[in-house]
Design a protein around this ligand. Sequence first.
Ligand SMILES: Nc1ncnc2c1ncn2[C@@H]1O[C@H](COP(=O)(O)OP(=O)(O)OP(=O)(O)O)[C@@H](O)[C@H]1O
Ligand SMILES: [Mg+2]
Length: 455
Amino acid sequence: MVKIKTIFSCQSCGYQSPKWLGRCPACNEWNSLAEETSLPPSLLRDGVSISPDRSSSPIPIDRIKTDQGERIETEIKELDRVLGGGIVRGSLILIGGDPGIGKSTLLLQALNKLGEKKLKVLYVSGEESINQTKIRGDRLDASSSNLYILAENSLEKILEEIKILKPQCLVIDSIQTVYTTSMESAPGSVGQLRGSSIKLMYLAKKTGIPIFLIGHVTKEGVIAGPKVIEHLVDTVLYFEGDRGHPYRILRATKNRYGSTNEIGVFEMGDCGLLEVSNPSEIFLAERSIGVAGSVVVPSIKGTRPILVEVQALVSPAVFGTPRRTTLGVDHNRVSLLAAVLEKKAGFSLLNQDIFLNIAGGVKIDEPALDLGIATSIVSSLLNKSIDPKTIIFGEVGLAGEVRGISHWEMRVNEAVKLGFKKCLIPHHSKNLSNFHSLIDIKRIDSLRDVVEYLF
Ligand SMILES: Nc1ncnc2c1ncn2[C@@H]1O[C@H](COP(=O)(O)OP(=O)(O)OP(=O)(O)O)[C@@H](O)[C@H]1O
Ligand SMILES: [Mg+2]
């Protein structure tokens, strides 16, 4: 008789134990271990030949031929850019995001675009009926005859339909609602999630069909289920945004075929998601002009420049230790810059709370922002505004010096396009002649210089 092996796996981090435990030793979550059968041999056997072009013997890399047109463009430029220039054939893409943020909307729109390009595509919904999907489709004007909808939860049934339909792109909405009968654990459990994802990965690699998996996120904002799914897939995208704003940002946290630095910006409207091709305009749209503590900084996200507004609020500290609260930038960077301002520019910040925010909900982690952060803090501290038509960027060193940064031409260009008149840039930036007639450029080499010049 075949003995069925059971294991206990943590539903929050995927830790496995041969016996039940009240608390997971890996993630310290209480009561998170559930009984599951271990991965059945059939699932592993399926994987022996993953891809049709898997070689049985080693081949020199220069003799491997790749097909041209390995990427499929969705014609939604913001999505294509985040994917690294289109969808790679045979790739498995996981997209996560808060409930109601617009994951289903984005992928239905993308599939419809592919359908219009005469590609046969399948949208599998495990959460909504075909009627509900149709209602959404009507709203989004998704009516391509090549877009097929299937409301199904059983993975075996889905795989059968795929064999018959032979779609060229597939969306599973969501991976948490799909279950496979080859695992005995309950739908939505870690075992099921892993089992279904592995089967779908084999399908993608074997047939070359790109597959999008929509994933739920936990209250901490990470994709539900263990990290194992993120390891398994080729690309992990997060769709983020603020409930109060119509803007949504798509970013990649892992991409085997592209940069993880790119972001895609969308606006949610009545007819679905619209691309925002010039994000600088929206990030600066609600800026109050002439307010102390506000500075515009050109930042580079992937391959394009985005102007963002850095806002600082400096107020006397009520409690002993002053607070450094930040949104959108690294907290340590702000503490460091506050220390440099204290020591090298002579501002007393030890008894001041500092609150710093990047308007529009973007996250920036490049040193070019340093000078913008430092000047916004000084501006708020002195309660003196900075000319709203000025952009400021540069890295600040611990000695209070301003250091050169990359892509400064792209940054200045973007500012010129949006009508900025003055630009403070690090001393080391070269070849400024192209810009002289367009924008007033002031070179600076220390934090003290900037402060003297601005205030
Ligand atoms: N008629 C409408 N007009 C404007 N916006 C709408 C309309 N209907 C839905 N929306 C927007 O679409 C969002 C829902 O999008 P969608 O269902 O794609 O989200 P989701 O990320 O798939 O959510 P879930 O995780 O619950 O499946 C709503 O939060 C709302 O912002
Ligand atoms: Mg949805």
